[in-house]
Design a protein. Sequence first.
Length: 510
Amino acid sequence: MMHEREKSDPAIVATKLPNDAGSPAEEGVEPRAGTEGNAVGDRTRRALNRESVSQGLDRVRQAARQDRTERFTALLHHIDVDLLRTAFFALKRGAAPGVDGVTWRDYEAGLEPRLQDLHDRVQRGAYRAQPARRSFIPKGDGSRRPLAISSVEDKIVQRAAVEVLNAIYEEDFLGFSYGFRPGRGAHDALDALCVGITSTKVGHILDADIRSFFDAVSQDWLMRFLEHRIGDKRMLRLIRKWLKAGVLEDGVVSVSDKGTGQGSAVSPLLANVYLHYAFDLWAERWRRREASGNVVIIRYADDIVVGFERETDARRFQDAMRERLATFALSLHPDKTRLLEFGRFAAQNRQQRGLGKPDTYAFLGFTFICSKSRQGRFLLRRKSRGDRMKATLKAVKDGLRRRMHQPIPLQGRWLKQVVTGYFNYHAVPTNSRALAAFRAHVTDLWRRTLRRRSQKDASTWKRIARIADDWLPKPRILHPWPNQRFVVKHPRWEPYAGIPHVRICAGGAP
């Protein structure tokens, strides 16, 4: 699927369609400079990732942008065989199978007839969603997170439907919504939060946690929210099939009128739609009409952080937010929702009142700390969460035990992938100590594993250090400072300034 930002990409090559396209059509020709596109038939664009989007979805996107009240009554026909094929190849090859036991490789055999049959069933209404298989993954606090593993066919249709629905809802979602959206990621949310705290008068932080959000979503409210923009009854019926498919656990299929099945391909989009109407629009209106000071809002899926200039605003917002969420069958977790003093002047204000250092809070795998630079200025420090690091190191330890008797090069290549992946996410400014500590712990776990292979093993620290230098990447900062990347992605120009410059506005562009 091509996004709006790709329209100006010089790497996009326009392919000339055959003239007099009909039945049968003439053979296509190689793209060449100076050729004109065919006036008959839809135009397609070719990107480097070889994904294309039909002109029909472009029109959907433009209509959604021009009229925020438009209801789309014909959407299902956009789910064609090409879109289903693109959705299939976007799936993870090694993902766990669903209840039918069919893997990605199994479905790839005879792919084209399977996709054609699937497309026919979807368009005729004969497609039936299968129950999702219940699975659990451990969380950092020792609990387990339930996941719903869908079948390959359900994943394909869901991803294709998400591509169509994104053409509408990406024009509706607000700028402070970052989770599971095209072109946005966790580091964009982290950058926006850091810029909001360091560049505005934020003195208090509301760290809000919605209790069991994906399991508590009201399906009735969700369908009502979807009907604001979707008038295609066939598309709504398709979404309702996924919601009512149920979950298979211990041989029993359970169907509920709550929840969206966390782990399915369509679940993140449905969650964003639900919170867009249940929280985002209300929070934006509250910020404009009710707040007496600055308010910074960042939402990544169901993780919400709100910064306030004044404590009175923070307490009024928390009370109003609790009532607002209760209207839509949601509630704040009493133990994980906190209001704390945090910001540029928090340490100074607390010291004047005889209190200790400002509390810390966690967001998207990092602990946020009020600190000072070498020049004595306020510095927002981000440090990798200790519990998340311990969980990762435990997984490394278990993996090394399974690979204990493998040759050192095989172990080294696997550990290099693990450490590189960890650094790619956590290598942000002010986090260099945690990176070095993680690498040192991995090296020590590797040393212990090698020493257990034989009672006569004489692996010294010097030898292990040389082996680690050969295979493990050195800790270094890979991400820019938040304000640098945020300014590039979300520029704001002040027309009244003598010399135009970028104005930082936390929350991003709508």
